[in-house]
Design a protein around this ligand. Structure first.
Ligand SMILES: CC(C)(COP(=O)(O)OP(=O)(O)OC[C@H]1O[C@@H](n2cnc3c(N)ncnc32)[C@H](O)[C@@H]1OP(=O)(O)O)[C@@H](O)C(=O)NCCC(=O)NCCS
Length: 231
C-alpha cells in the first residue's frame, strides 16, 4: 500500500473521484454544494477576500479598508491560485463551493497537494504524499449550522488512497472547529514535533496560527517522517 501511494502517478483529487453535488439544509434555506467551475473563480475570490478580512485570520484585518488597487492585487493573486488548482494536469485538488438560492457563494473549501506549498522541498522530503487543506470559509450568516463540517466530510475522502495524511494551517479562531473534525495540533504529536513547526512557521505562536494534522489511514504520516528528518 505504501509503495502504491509513494509511486502513484494517480491523483487523489476530484478529477478521479468527483464529488457529486449535494445540498445542506440551513435555517436560511438549502445550500447547493458542488465543485467549483472556472466561471466562478472571480466570485470565489471575492468571497474569500470578504471572509478573510472579517475573520481576523493571520493579520488579514489590515485589508478591511484597503484601497482599490490593493484589493485588486489580492483578488488577482487568489484568482491565479484557484485557476492553478483547477487547471492542474495531475488533478491534485478538490475545490468545493456552496451557493444559496440566489446563486451567491456562501462557502469555499480547497484541498490540494502539500508539496505545492514548497514546504516539503525545504525539508528534503520530496516523496511525501500529503494533502493540504488550503481554504475553509463559510459566510458569517451561515456559520454554526454544520455547513463546514458537511463540506469537509465530502472533501477529505477525495484524498483517500493516495495520501498518507492531511495537514493544514489553522487560524486561532478555527482550531476548535478543526479539532472537532479530527485534526490534531502537530506540536501535540510528540515532543520533537515542535522543532518541525518552528521550522515551518516563520513566527510560531505569534499570530496564533497552528499547524494541524489528520491521519487518514494506517500509513506513516508525513509528520513523523519530518520529525525524523529535522532534528
Ligand atoms: C471555521 C469555519 C469554516 C467553521 O464552519 P461552520 O460551518 O461554522 O462550522 P460547523 O457548524 O460545521 O461546526 C462544526 C463543529 O465545530 C464547532 N465550531 C465551528 N466553528 C467554531 C469556532 N469558531 N469556535 C469553536 N467551535 C467551532 C461547532 O460548534 C461544531 O461543534 P459541535 O459538533 O460540537 O456542535 C467557519 O466558522 C468560518 O468560515 N470561519 C471564518 C474563516 C476561517 O477562520 N476559516 C478557517 C481558516 S484557517
Amino acid at each position: 500500500m505504501i509503495s502504491k501511494i509513494l509511486n502513484s502517478q494517480l491523483t487523489f483529487g476530484s478529477k478521479n473521484s468527483p464529488v457529486k453535488p449535494f445540498k445542506i439544509e440551513t435555517t436560511q434555506g438549502a445550500l447547493s454544494v458542488r465543485e467549483l467551475s472556472k466561471s466562478n473563480i472571480k466570485a470565489s475570490s471575492e468571497f474569500m477576500f470578504d471572509c478573510l478580512v472579517s475573520s481576523g485570520d493571520d493579520g488579514w484585518d489590515k485589508y478591511k479598508n484597503c484601497d482599490k488597487a490593493t484589493k485588486k492585487h489580492v483578488l488577482s493573486w487568489f484568482n491565479t491560485l484557484t485557476e492553478h488548482c483547477l487547471n492542474k494536469e495531475d488533478g491534485n485538488s478538490t475545490v468545493l463551493v456552496a451557493k444559496d438560492k440566489n446563486n451567491k457563494i456562501k462557502a469555499y473549501f480547497n484541498l490540494q497537494n502539500f508539496d505545492e506549498m514548497d514546504m516539503l522541498y525545504k525539508t528534503g522530503l520530496k516523496d511525501a504524499k500529503t494533502g493540504f487543506v488550503q481554504s475553509c470559509y463559510v459566510a458569517s450568516d451561515y456559520r454554526s449550522q454544520k455547513v463546514g463540517e458537511k463540506i469537509l466530510e465530502k472533501m477529505l475522502p477525495t484524498a483517500n488512497g493516495f495520501f498518507t495524511d492531511i495537514l493544514l494551517s489553522a487560524g486561532k479562531q478555527a482550531v476548535t472547529f478543526y479539532q472537532k473534525m479530527g485534526f490534531v495540533p502537530c506540536e501535540n504529536i510528540s515532543s520533537e514535533s515542535k522543532k518541525v513547526t518552528d521550522f515551518f512557521m516563520s513566527k510560531p505562536d505569534k499570530d496564533g496560527t497552528v499547524l494541524m494534522y489528520k491521519s487518514i489511514n494506517k500509513l506513516e504520516p508525513c509528520w513523523n517522517r519530518l520529525v525524523k528528518l529535522i532534528k
